[in-house]
Write a protein that binds this ligand. Structure first.
Ligand code: ADP
Ligand code: MG
Length: 367
């Protein structure tokens, strides 16, 4: 296993007109499972392909296990990659698929290779499939084989490119747990790419969020969730998505008056909270962000906001209340809360759950 350093890594396509990865710097600790998440086209696959040596960087450096591998050919890097489409050799059996990489990348004897494949097949619960060809397997079985093929080589670094995206929801949950089990058992160092923020949040020791080829934020999932550095991260992480309301902020002694620009919204931030952040608040136009799960229906609370229920969306134990505060403003409340479209309601949220994003830069001024 190995520590990985990515230093100002850059990839331009089409003679610079596309910057797929824009000076990305990351440290991945030995044995760490890092998830990389962001919307389609944000540079996830390009980053992985550069780590694997399948794509030549335009600039920057990659170190794996203390060795500068930036100019090292893919086959001489001790890295295994698992792809969304499995990428199994169609004419080889499962056994041959797993054994082939070992033959290419190690000098183990035939007997040693067979023992390693058998051991890994048992770990992945695919012993029964060893003589089958890929087209005889289900999607879930193919992905187990692809994982087994990566694991059997015992590489320094595992790279996963949306490996579960082709599986149905139930199988995805099973495989997610399976990969986490393997990570715990084997202590693998891994970079796991996904567009699914839920997957990234639940699987990663650390989560790295990209947008437009640029690093937005990295940290422990809970830290990123609680302290998003900008509106993009705030909106991307969490489901349903963070609510945003454009507000004007007016300082008044030890308070900040927040007024919605459509006039429906008034909220005060006060006391120590404002003291701590007063210096950060320069311009007067911000976007307030608050998560659906932090909005409560509460009559008579301090800072209560009166609004209208537009839609009630039941999701089992909770209801999503779509409220009239902005185009899309959701409160996630207990399904015991009986409300109907058209009802007037007062809502509240704790000031520690409020984020203020600079309307121009998107930066969270309260982190
Ligand atoms: P993701 O995996 O996050 O969806 P990619 O890394 O595949 O993103 O792509 C990042 C950007 O680079 C996108 O704008 C994509 O169109 C562009 N891109 C990727 N590969 C190539 C290529 N071979 N030639 C030109 N542009 C590319
Ligand atoms: Mg991709």
């Amino acid at each position: 296993m190995a520590r990985v350093t990515v230093d100002e890594l850059r990839k331009e396509y089409d003679t610079g007109s596309v910057v797929a990865v824009n000076d990305l710097s990351l440290e991945i600790e030995d044995g760490e499972f890092v998830t990389v998440v962001g919307p389609s086209g944000c540079g996830k696959t390009t980053t992985l392909r550069m780590l694997a040596g399948l794509e030549e960087p335009t600039g920057g450096r990659i170190e794996i296990g203390g060795e500068d591998v930036t100019d090292v050919h893919a086959k001489n890097r001790d890295v295994a990659m698992v792809f969304q489409n499995y990428a199994l050799y169609p004419h080889k059996t499962v056994f041959e698929n797993m054994e082939f990489g070992l033959r290419m990348s190690t000098d183990l004897s035939e007997a040693e290779r067979e023992a390693r494949v058998a051991e890994t097949a048992e770990m992945m619960d695919i012993e029964e499939l060893l003589e089958d060809k890929p087209d005889e397997l289900s999607g879930g079985q193919k992905q187990r084989v692809a994982l087994g093929r990566a694991i059997v080589r015992e590489p320094d670094l595992f790279l996963f490119d949306e490996p579960l995206s082709n599986l149905d929801a139930k199988l995805r949950t099973t495989m997610r747990a399976e990969i986490q089990r393997l990570q715990n058992e084997l202590g693998i160092t891994a970079v796991y790419v996904t567009h699914d923020q839920h997957e990234a949040m639940t699987m990663g020791d650390r989560i790295v969020i990209l947008d437009g080829g640029e690093l937005q934020q990295q940290g422990r999932p809970t830290d990123v969730y609680e302290r998003p550095v900008n509106g993009f991260v705030g909106g991307f992480i969490g489901s349903p998505s963070m609510n945003f309301v454009d507000v004007d902020v007016e300082p008044d002694g030890d308070r900040l008056h927040l007024t919605g620009r459509d006039g429906e919204f008034a909220y005060d931030l006060s006391g120590a909270y404002v003291d701590r952040h007063a210096d950060d608040l320069e311009s007067s136009r911000y976007t307030l962000g608050v998560r659906p799960e932090n909005v409560t229906v509460a009559d008579g609370a301090a800072n209560a906001i009166a609004t209208t229920v537009d839609v009630v969306e039941p999701v089992g134990s909770d209801n999503f209340l779509h409220l009239g505060l902005s185009d899309e403003f959701i409160a996630r409340v207990d399904s015991d809360v009986r409300l109907e479209p058209g009802d007037r309601v007062t809502i509240a949220f704790d000031e520690s759950d409020v984020h203020l994003f600079d309307a121009e830069t998107g930066r969270n001024v309260l982190t």
